[in-house]
Design a protein around this ligand. Structure first.
Ligand SMILES: NC(=O)c1ccc[n+]([C@@H]2O[C@H](COP(=O)([O-])OP(=O)(O)OC[C@H]3O[C@@H](n4cnc5c(N)ncnc54)[C@H](OP(=O)(O)O)[C@@H]3O)[C@@H](O)[C@H]2O)c1
Length: 210
């Protein structure tokens, strides 16, 4: 599959390595038109290329967005049309600036991104896992219920299935928390699953208790 990566920092670069290792083709971008990514691209062994944000979005059947959330409105809307977009962004006011509608709980960062990228099929995912764990904790030898959970949420069931497959291909288990609005809220910063090392079995227990 062709995967576009928006943001090549901790999460974007880690995901690019895992997706390339699983056999996918990745186009990786940053805030500098793809400049300075030579070392990462070399690591991807022929499976990766550097790209601008627009090129990476157009390239991907699936596009992972992993940038500081506060920048979301700079993403070029047309390039994401029809794409399955994975939103790994979290809202940290000290980094992103204050968004009154998030502080007031009226909406969520993923709903804001979904309404900005209006033609995309958005799935919240990869939000609760620290990048060092993402790099190391995938294990395809384990049965699904014993694998580290990666939470997903969204309103497009087909898009969620696509993302769940990718999650499994890199050795994790996808745990669906529901719709973008309600399910997304269950995996935000500060929730009982945020940055917790949970297997899929443990994740189901935590979710049912909360
Ligand atoms: N760190 C984690 O373990 C973790 C885990 C789960 C979720 N998250 C969330 O995932 C997102 C990315 O986190 P990170 O730790 O990977 O961040 P990071 O290491 O700071 O990397 C951010 C990336 O976004 C790029 N970027 C900055 N502004 C941009 C813009 N306007 N348009 C496009 N790209 C832009 C940066 O480009 P340059 O390289 O050119 O500066 C950089 O490649 C955040 O929302 C974070 O909260 C992080």
């Amino acid at each position: 599959m062709k995967i576009g990566i928006i943001g090549s920092g901790n999460i974007g670069a880690t995901a690019a390595r895992l997706f390339a290792r699983a056999g996918h083709e990745v186009a990786v971008s940053n805030s500098r038109g793809g400049a300075g990514l030579e070392e990462l691209i070399a690591e991807l062994g022929g499976k990766g290329r550097a790209a601008s944000i627009e090129e990476a979005a157009r390239f991907g059947e699936v596009v992972l967005v992993a940038v500081p959330f506060g920048k979301y409105e700079t993403l070029p809307v047309e390039a994401f049309g029809g794409k399955v977009v994975v939103d790994a962004n979290n809202y940290y006011p000290q980094r992103d600036g204050r968004f009154a509608q998030l502080d007031g709980g009226e909406t969520t960062s993923s709903e804001l991104l979904a309404s900005h990228l209006s033609g995309a099929r958005l799935v919240k995912g990869f939000n609760t896992i620290w990048f060092e764990h993402l790099a190391r904790q995938g294990d395809k030898q384990l049965p699904l219920e014993e694998r580290r959970a990666i939470f997903i949420a969204g309103d497009d069931e087909g898009a969620k299935r696509t993302v769940a497959r990718l999650v499994e291909e890199i050795g994790f288990a996808a745990v669906d928390t529901g719709s973008l609005r309600e399910g997304g809220r269950r995996q935000q910063v500060g929730t009982p699953v945020y940055n917790k090392e949970l297997s899929a079995r443990e994740a189901a227990q935590v979710l049912s208790a909360n």
